[in-house]
Design a protein around this ligand. Structure first.
Ligand SMILES: [Cu+2]
Length: 150
């Protein structure tokens, strides 16, 4: 047998696979969750905790809920909200964050933030950390987040 039929089969298989992927892509709902400007603050020397920030945009027509986060470099990643108590700004842990349809969750210094607790290694500016976000509807998403100096 010549090799031509096999090459032909491979080519056909590639075309079918490509067409299948393209169709699958068309069939799925467009990505409604967009994460931008994520970063993690380089921890203070000797501290095993730090904060992280990002903007999570919900481009969908239904509300979305951020249920939790995970990072292989930290024992826990909590969601913290800032609030006033008298003259003091305090933070409290949120069980989840709801992002309205066409709304944004803005996490920035001085406001809501992610708290990385029990760091398993000293994170240094310039490194990247894997961060998993778990959404009620969109499921699990993983992002590569840079460590930066504040
Ligand atoms: Cu906090």
């Amino acid at each position: 047998m010549s090799k031509r039929p096999i090459a032909g089969q491979i080519t056909r298989w590639l075309i079918l696979t490509w067409a299948g992927l393209a169709l699958a892509g068309c069939g799925e709902a467009p990505d409604t969750i967009v994460v931008s400007e994520p970063w993690i603050k380089e921890p203070m020397p000797g501290r095993a905790l730090t904060a992280g920030f990002m903007v999570v945009e919900n481009r969908g027509s239904a509300e979305e809920v951020l249920l939790g986060l995970e990072c292989p470099d930290a024992e826990a990643v909590e969601m913290h909200e800032m609030f006033h108590e008298g003259d003091m700004m305090k933070m409290r842990r949120m069980e989840q964050w709801t992002i309205p349809a066409q709304g944004r969750l803005v996490l920035e210094p001085g406001g809501g933030h992610l708290m990385f607790l029990g760091l398993r290694r000293p994170l240094k500016a310039g490194e990247e950390v894997q961060l998993g976000l778990h959404f009620k509807k969109a499921g699990h998403r993983t992002f590569s987040v840079p460590v930066k100096k504040p």
